[in-house]
Design a protein around this ligand. Structure first.
Ligand code: NIG
Ligand code: FE
Length: 383
């Protein structure tokens, strides 16, 4: 089946067109099956089986949320309330979610994760990465990833989220890079480690990530969220696709990122929800680092599935221009997942896109909190 989307006021391609976003005006686009078949001037549009009139509104690539933790049970609203009354975020609440997750059935976990994927989809997200990390034993990590793989191909093994209560850290590292990795690798595309204060140090993280790479997993790292530790430089050393958070960066971290193909994935929902200083996106962009934006959706540090919210935060709090933020939420996320079939609209790309209920991408930051996603196509199918 083919679909013509015509009468597009502003088409964000992240490809050929004006400026960073590759904007084309008065454009039309044809989808054939799950791919984009044609993009051109509205005056030259071909016929198709079905037509969507964009009514001079904006059409964008679907958002690529390259960092989310959706396999969990329960919530931690009380912890959020305490933080807003002055408590710091330490990551210690992860163990609360681990207990709830282990106690939940497969059906409960899948229903909760599906609910969040649906929420994200309605807000324009067409690709979402999902991590394990609330199981923290062989069976519960493997089951988390098996369930995640029912919802996305972008699955990430995060057995090294924290050391579970009552475990010796070194013995736990050996478990993660041994039996746990063996059980999880069949369901995981990526491996990740929370390399930060109170979680895993650089040597522990390196040992786990190297073992995962030997198993054929690609790498990403939770890095420098709480302190300017070794995570970012480790990510670059191991050619990880992404160093995520990047809240506290030394000059050496920025230099390392700028000479690498590792994306800095910024997660402003986490700073919002932990009342922490936001990462310095300007410093990274000005140094030539590729930046992605993602939600970090999880019940502790960032319980939002909304990429438009993250775009608005990035513009208002991180001195990103609206164009930079939209680019980071689409093409940046695709780079963070090392995908070239998503994040941009061009012939041959996957037909993942959104029609905004607004005339331009600017409105995503200009009208924060307002639902502006009018239509979502995922794999060419209207949602
Ligand atoms: O990315 N920082 C580590 N992991 C998550 C938080 C998980 C939680 O608090 O439950 C994050 O922010
Ligand atoms: Fe995270």
């Amino acid at each position: 089946m083919s679909i013509l989307i015509d009468n597009i006021g502003e088409l964000v391609t992240n490809d050929e067109g004006d400026g960073l976003l590759g904007i084309r005006r008065d454009a039309a686009l044809v989808v054939e099956g799950d791919r984009i078949a044609w993009i051109g001037p509205d005056t030259q549009k071909p016929a198709a089986d079905r037509r969507i009139d964009a009514q001079q509104r904006a059409v964008l690539p679907g958002f690529v949320d390259s960092h989310a933790h959706l396999v969990f049970a329960g919530d931690r609203a009380a912890e959020f309330g305490a933080r807003m009354a002055g408590e710091p975020y330490t990551g210690g609440g992860i163990r609360t979610t681990v207990a709830a997750t282990r106690a939940a059935s497969d059906d409960e976990l899948l229903a909760n994760a599906s609910r969040l994927v649906g929420e994200a989809r309605r807000q324009g997200t067409t690709t979402i990465e999902i991590k394990s990390g609330y199981g923290l034993n062989v069976d519960d990590e493997a089951r988390s990833l098996r369930l995640a793989s029912e919802l996305t191909t972008e699955t990430t093994f995060l057995g090294a989220h924290v050391v579970p209560a009552g475990h010796d850290p070194d013995a736990y590292v050996d478990l993660v890079r041994g039996d746990m990795l063996d059980a999880c690798a069949p369901y995981a595309k990526w491996a990740d480690v929370f390399c930060d204060r109170g979680a895993f140090d650089g040597d522990q993280a390196r040992a786990i990530l190297q073992a995962a790479a030997r198993k054929g997993l690609q790498l990403r790292v939770h890095a420098n969220q709480l302190v300017a530790g070794p995570g970012v430089r480790l990510a670059v050393e191991l050619d990880a696709a992404s160093a995520d958070h990047c809240t506290h960066l030394s000059e050496a971290d920025v230099t390392a990122l700028s000479g690498s193909s590792t994306v800095a994935t910024l997660l402003p929902g986490a700073e919002f929800s932990t009342r922490s200083p936001y990462p310095d996106a300007r410093r990274l962009i000005d140094a030539g680092v590729t930046v992605a934006l993602a939600t970090d959706c999880n019940p502790g540090s960032s319980y939002t599935s909304s990429m438009p919210f993250c775009i608005a935060l990035a513009v208002r709090e991180m001195r990103m221009t609206p164009a930079e933020a939209v680019h980071a939420a689409t093409a940046g996320g695709a780079r963070a997942l090392r995908r070239d079939d998503i994040g941009r609209l061009r012939p041959g790309a996957r037909a993942d896109l959104t029609v905004l209920d607004a005339p331009s991408h600017l409105h995503l930051a200009y009208r924060p909190g307002v639902p502006l996603i009018s239509t979502v196509l995922h794999n060419g199918v209207p949602q």
